[in-house]
Design a protein around this ligand. Structure first.
Ligand code: ZN
Ligand code: ZN
Ligand code: FE
Length: 762
């Protein structure tokens, strides 16, 4: 019996070698027919003996190429037509867009083998790639994903490359970025002023200059890096000075896994994450004796490590460096540079030279950051390698654009049952970051082929993103910050219905106009009730407290000791001379620049300031991070705290806890022990609050953890253990950031839910 079936495959099926893969499977099984890229996926017809036709989709699913993902497929019978052979037919334009573009992928082992094989025609060619690896999103300006829609359009294939491109049996069949030294992009080295250095081998010269301690801007996949020898302390210091980046840890690229094991204590899950095609920066524990400049991550027990992910990285690093600092090429708070001329002008005075090339970066994409917590990989910054892979939702939604929060901004488009997050945009503090944000909206609309009418944004009236939502002109749906956090975590786990949500965070705008960030919700995708929160404490100076945690400490002392607080502040030598206690007391009693705050993130900062770990910081979260590091490896004892359950919302009052920490510190207890005590106490308190809410509500046994505080591994792992011990089902982030990078997803799903069923809106 001869049968012919037409199959449609949806998902990440273009630009990943899917058509040659179908070609190979079909011809190996004696099937005839064709395959075609379309706007709505990949369409294939196969004809042959019934048994072979029937097993075709199963074989496809079982043997997918490394970068391909099938979200959905369907098949229908059509009439056999007795054609000869199997063909790959030209892409068709038009129709509904549901094709998923692949993220960029690290150089694959096959290409790496060729890169260092002296007889290969691409020996040491910095742009080698194939259907299983290389640039994707970052070179695309439209879909479908064909060479004419990429920045490779300006490089006509030479006959050798064209033969590979057209041969279905070749590893480079329809590899759109395919190139070689004859026809493809080239690297050049520019001096500090942007003049071309001719008559040199640019890569060898770059290596030599890096070895001398120079700072080079290097064009990568999604933007420029600033590179400097990671073992040269003076050179790294110089980079910090020029980039105005005082203490925030710098990422390093380590030349291979063997070297990674030499400098860090790394487990198998972390190794797999480091070596994955996404090649994120992974935060790992450094070895004390590691030959890495202390200026890379001053005072931190951790290192942010990545492996080389482009051929150019491999050529620079092989046998040359233990590690290169590879930090995003920008001035602090600005987006990463992507254009050659832009790099030369924006990095003037920072870079001593520029290793550039003539393949344009069309989509800006920072390095992603991930960490293993509780044995599970978690993405903390989602960009290169992950974007634009969609997240699949448990139901379908009408199209919604969500514009995220203010810090660690991302945007998200939800469409049907998929959510597409933009690359990490950053803090919307500078005009450059705001331009990047503005440009991300049309980019995501192009990628998803949609222009949603509905826009979701934060409740904060003054955020740049909130104003952008209003300017768009369509219906705007504001979503409370901590509700969005909880729903983002629900969305990635496919949860619906009511859950207990613990949103432990830096700061977010509350429905009462105060600063929230230690919230216990009963929530679903539509709405939430605030069943508990940390007792409000004053935050003298408002947002200034983020950079000056001594302010938060003063607020906590005021809440813990009432009018007696100045004496305690004096005993702790807490306040700077410029800000005497009576001035602050005036602020805190008068209410000017003095919001009330329930943020656990700020409590971490304040406790770090009380313990004199850090009273001023040079980057957000620094004090809290150092408090975590200090506590690591110690067991800790539970200190007193109070839960006020006479009325709702329940209040978790940290006053007695603050008094216990102050007393311990003033009596000379080791701050490391006090830091550990603080962590276990907070874990215990959070678990008790969750238990209390379950009691009051009856049946809820799912607890969802979200918010920036859960980047703290001690807190996250402690909470998971404590909640599981109370027989809760615990959910935390893996695919999207637990910090504000995940907010846009939560906003989109909240808004989508409300739009789908507007009557039920409360
Ligand atoms: Zn490859
Ligand atoms: Zn070529
Ligand atoms: Fe947040």
């Amino acid at each position: 019996m001869i049968r012919r079936r037409r199959y449609r495959f949806l998902g990440t099926v273009q630009g990943v070698g899917f058509r040659p893969f179908l070609y190979r499977l079909a011809t190996e099984d004696g099937l005839v027919g064709w395959v075609q890229n379309r706007h709505d996926g990949v369409l294939a017809e196969v004809e042959g003996p019934e048994a072979a036709v029937n097993r075709f989709p199963g074989t496809v699913a079982a043997q997918l190429p490394p970068l391909a993902r099938i979200a959905f497929w369907e098949g229908e019978d059509v009439n056999p037509c007795g054609e000869q052979g199997f063909r790959i037919v030209q892409s068709a334009d038009g129709g509904e867009g549901t094709v998923h573009i692949s993220p960029d992928a690290a150089t694959c082992p096959d290409c790496l083998g060729e890169l260092f094989a002296p007889r290969n025609r691409r020996y040491r060619y910095p742009f080698i790639n194939c259907t299983n690896c290389g640039p994707r999103l970052t070179i695309i300006n439209d879909i479908p994903y064909d060479r004419i829609h990429t920045s490779m359009a300006s490089f006509p294939l030479c006959p050798d490359c064209a033969a590979e491109y057209e041969n279905p049996a070749d590893r480079r069949f329809h590899a759109e970025p395919n190139a070689c030294p004859v026809c493809g992009p080239q690297v050049i080295l520019l001096d500090a002023g942007g003049e071309i250095l001719a008559h040199i081998d640019p890569i060898a010269e770059a290596v030599a200059r890096l070895k001398e301690g120079q700072i080079l801007a290097i064009k990568g996949l999604g933007g420029f890096h600033l590179a400097v020898d990671g073992t040269n302390n003076a050179a790294v210091r110089r980079l910090r000075t020029r980039k105005c980046r005082e203490e925030k840890p710098l990422a390093i690229m380590v030349r291979d896994m063997e070297m990674v094991e030499t400098i860090s204590e790394i487990n198998d899950i972390e190794k797999a994450l480091l070596a994955a095609p996404e090649r994120p920066i992974v935060l790992v524990h450094r070895r004390e004796a590691a030959d890495i400049a202390c200026e890379v991550a001053p005072g931190s027990p951790n290192l942010g490590i990545m492996l080389p992910y482009t051929p150019l990285h491999h050529l620079l690093m092989k046998d040359q460096f233990t590690a290169l600092v590879m930090t995003s090429a920008n001035q602090t708070d600005e987006p990463i540079c992507i254009e050659n001329a832009e790099a030369v002008s924006r990095l003037a005075g920072v870079a001593d030279g520029f290793l550039v090339h003539n393949r344009d970066i069309l989509v800006r994409c920072d390095d992603s950051i991930a960490v293993v917590a509780g044995g599970i990989p978690q993405v903390l910054r989602r960009a290169r390698g992950f974007v634009p892979r969609p997240l699949f939702l448990h139901r379908s939604f009408p199209p919604v654009l969500a514009l995220g929060a203010h810090l660690k901004s991302t945007i998200c488009i939800v469409k049907d049952n998929t959510a597409f997050l933009s690359p990490h945009i950053g803090d919307l503090e500078t005009p450059q970051a705001r331009d990047y944000f503005d440009g991300s909206v049309p980019l995501m609309e192009r990628i998803t082929e949609s222009r949603p009418e509905f826009v979701a944004c934060d409740l904060h009236p003054d955020f740049y993103s909130t104003r952008a939502a209003r300017q768009r002109g369509g219906p705007v749906i504001p979503v409370q910050h901590h509700h969005a956090h909880i729903v983002s975590c629900m969305a990635e786990h496919g949860l619906s219905g009511k859950v207990i949500g613990l949103s432990m965070d830096g700061t977010g705008y509350g429905t009462d106009g105060q600063v929230w960030g230690g919230e216990f919700f009963v929530a679903d995708e539509r709405s939430f009730t605030r069943r508990g929160h940390f007792t409000y404490f004053p935050l003298p100076g408002g947002d200034k407290a983020i950079r000056e945690p001594w302010r938060t400490a003063a607020g906590l002392l005021r809440q813990a000791y009432g009018k007696e607080w100045p004496a305690v502040a004096t005993a702790l030598a807490l306040l700077p001379e410029s800000c005497p206690a009576d001035f602050l007391e005036g602020m805190m009693s008068g209410g000017v620049q003095n919001p009330r705050c329930s943020s656990l993130g700020r409590i971490f900062d304040g406790v770090a300031a009380i313990l004199n770990i850090r009273r001023r910081v040079t980057f957000e979260g620094q004090a809290a991070i150092e408090l975590e590091h200090l506590a690591a490896g110690r067991s800790g004892r539970i200190l007193p705290y109070a839960v006020r359950k006479d009325a709702e919302p329940f209040l978790l009052d940290p006053a007695i806890l603050v008094r216990a920490i102050v007393a311990g510190f003033l009596s000379g207890r080791d701050p490391r022990d006090l830091a550990a005590d603080f962590h276990v106490t907070i874990v215990q308190a959070l678990a008790e609050m969750a238990g209390l809410i379950r009691e009051k509500t009856g049946t809820l046994d799912r607890v969802v953890l979200s918010g920036g505080c859960f980047q703290n591994r001690l807190l996250l792992e402690g909470c998971v253990t404590a909640l599981k011990a109370r027989l809760f089902n615990v959910f935390f982030h893996q695919l999207v950031p637990t910090n504000d990078g995940g907010i846009s997803l939560g906003q989109a799903v909240c808004a989508g839910t409300i739009i789908s069923d507007p009557q039920a809106r409360e």
